[in-house]
Design a protein around this ligand. Structure first.
Ligand SMILES: [Zn+2]
Length: 156
């Protein structure tokens, strides 16, 4: 696989392969979506490609498009189905930009109340109760995520 890291040293590759624990909200043949263990707000998700690229700037266009289409689906469902009045969709590329894990990922952060950018870096440790609540919230919407993403990649 192009760019695949040798030796299993990448935590997000391990999650994508099911070899490291994560609270998976959604997955298909090219992406996985799981809960950030240091959420900014309840429901903070990460979208990753299954294949390893260091950041958004390193991923080929098709991979970047697939990851962002998935993030867009999550943002839409947060707004329209789950009642979040706002959503941040953010990709950090490089350490100076705040990237901490060097496997391309996009943050999807629902905003249940105001605060926006001012609270973007105030994080807490994910609890099991919170994780369960978020997984329950997304369970009935998994099909809608796949439908949206497939639609984005159909001709016309
Ligand atoms: Zn990786």
């Amino acid at each position: 696989m192009p760019g695949q890291m040798a030796g299993g040293g990448c935590i997000f590759c391990n999650i994508a392969r099911g070899e490291a624990p994560a609270h998976i909200v959604y997955e298909d043949d090219s992406v996985a979506v799981f809960l950030d263990i240091y959420p900014v707000e309840k429901g903070h998700l990460l979208v990753i490609p299954r294949s390893h690229y260091e950041s958004v700037a390193d991923a080929p266009p098709r991979v970047a498009a697939r990851v962002f289409a998935t993030a867009a689906a999550l943002a839409r469902l947060y707004r329209e189905a789950l009642g979040a009045p706002g959503v941040n969709v953010v990709a950090n590329s490089g350490r100076p930009a705040g990237q901490e894990v060097f496997h391309f990922h996009v943050h999807v952060i629902p905003r249940w109340r105001g605060g926006g950018w001012r609270t973007l870096f105030m994080r807490h440790r994910l609890t099991e109760d919170e994780a369960r609540e978020v997984l329950e919230m997304w369970r009935p919407l998994r099909g809608s995520i796949g439908e949206y993403v497939r639609g984005a990649f159909m001709p016309g």
